[in-house]
Design a binder for this molecule. Structure first.
Ligand code: PLP
Length: 443
């Protein structure tokens, strides 16, 4: 599969038939932005059931880190599957889980010895982090950030503050969670200039939450995405993480760093925390960790992850096939793909920034590695959010053979498999250029 190739109307006849069946029997709570029905994939290319080919800059929501069906991952999965599929690491032992825990402990930025709890998703990893923080600190409260996404289970969704629909009808959610403004520098919540910023957005935690709402000695944890994902691919300044780390340390609050979307090579380093020299107390991983197989992990120093047998577990968590996929994924990331994400990410970022010069809709282009957000605005002065235009651009990209997703109210996100090549980055920029032209002309 080389470049994009659209042969039928979209959706094509086979895709239409499958979507019709889906409508009858699959939960309507899923958010499908456009009608892509997958048949197969290789690297950064995917083909739909009607034989149309697309360049994938969505990667199953930042998951297929090594590309679709990487032969090394497929071989590791097949080899493990032929020996045993499941034995439950909560009740028995198997080496792939131990080996993966050793690998993850070594690549984490935390001080050894580090221990791993295995679940099946990002939400489960964060759910484990919540329980662990309460258990270890014997405190109850949490602080999270506006715009954050940490998952949709009842605990995780309480930390999430992304879109009201994700909470509507489900309340009351977990008590004792407060939200503070994130470092959304393009729309600075405290209206600062970047050159004088001292991360004053964190004043809200220090001077409001910890003064008016909760005593610091009752806060178990602060959870933060090093680069905010669903919120719009927001890259905070160094001082934001420095100050947050100092503040949490001062009060004995655990700093939980959610690397579910930003981790596993996506930002051009194994972990986004590394860009900041950020050392968490608890870290969570999922998404790109096993190239698409379900796996979520909460990691912490052994002194913190010191809960007794029976305190927390999951039947499928750390499934041996997922562990084998993760081990193969980590090897590929270390060998070439983290570096590729850095190189091709810089190249793609430059290409997307150049589009801002030609398209009035583009307000901001930001990111690290292959985690890049393009925020669309109706007016560069007022920064009025171009939400419907963003949705139209996503649709126009799809019709031309490029899969991208939205992030936040009005940003596009580029989160391709980390195998993306420079010629493929050129294709992505060219198609976005055409899509922006189409939407701008129609207005
Ligand atoms: N944390 C972050 C930063 C995420 O981006 C996501 C999903 O988008 C999650 C947690 C939840 O992961 P999952 O959908 O696997 O539960």
């Amino acid at each position: 599969m080389t470049g994009p190739l659209i042969k039928t109307e979209l959706p094509g006849p086979k895709a239409r038939a499958i979507i019709e069946r889906d409508t009858r029997h699959v939960s309507p709570s899923y958010t499908r932005s456009y009608p892509f029905v997958m048949e197969r994939g290789a690297g950064a290319m995917v083909e739909d059931v009607d034989g149309n080919r697309f360049l994938d800059c969505a990667a199953g929501i930042a998951v297929t880190s090594t590309g679709h069906a990487h032969p090394d991952v497929v071989a590791a999965v097949t080899e493990q599957a032929s020996r045993f599929l499941h034995m439950s690491g909560t009740d028995f032992y198997y080496e792939p889980q131990v080996k993966l825990a050793e690998e993850l402990a070594a690549l984490s930025t935390m001080k050894e010895p580090v221990r791993c709890f295995f679940g099946n998703s990002g939400a489960e990893a964060n759910e484990a982090a919540i329980k662990l923080a309460r258990h270890y600190t014997e405190r109850q409260y949490f602080i999270a950030f506006l715009g954050a996404f940490h998952g949709r289970t009842m605990g995780a969704v309480t930390l999430t503050a992304s879109r009201a629909i994700q909470r509507r009808g489900f309340g009351p959610v977990m008590p004792g969670v407060y939200h503070a403004p994130y470092a959304y520098c393009y729309r600075c919540p405290v209206k600062l200039r970047p050159d004088t910023c001292q991360a004053e957005c964190l004043d809200f935690i220090e001077n409001s939450i910890l003064v008016h709402l909760v005593s610091p000695d009752e806060v178990a944890g602060v959870i933060v995405e090093p680069i905010q994902g669903e919120g719009g691919y927001l890259v905070p300044p160094q001082q934001f993480h420095d100050r947050l780390r100092a503040l949490t340390r001062q009060h004995g609050i655990l700093l939980i760093v959610d690397e579910v979307q930003s981790g596993m090579g996506r930002t051009g380093k194994m972990l986004a925390s590394e860009h900041y020299g950020l050392v968490p107390d608890v870290m969570t991983l999922a998404k790109g960790i096993a190239s698409g197989l379900p796996l979520g992990v909460a990691l912490a120093h052994a002194d913190i992850m010191n809960w007794p047998p029976g305190a927390h577990a999951s039947t499928f968590g750390g499934n041996p096939v997922s562990c084998a996929a993760a081990l193969a994924t980590i090897k590929l990331l270390k060998d070439t793909l983290v570096e590729n994400a850095r190189l091709v990410g810089d190249y793609l970022l430059d290409g997307l920034k150049a589009l801002a010069e030609r398209h009035r809709l583009v307000g901001d282009v930001r990111g690290k590695g292959l985690m890049i957000g393009v925020e669309l605005v109706r007016d560069r002065e007022t920064k009025e959010r171009a939400t419907s235009e963003r949705d139209e651009v996503v649709g126009a990209c799809f019709r031309r053979g490029l899969l991208v997703l939205g992030a936040g109210a009005n940003a596009l996100r580029f989160a391709p498999p980390l195998v993306l090549s420079k010629p493929q980055a050129d294709v992505a920029v060219r198609i976005l250029d055409q899509a922006l032209t189409e939407v701008e002309r129609a207005r």
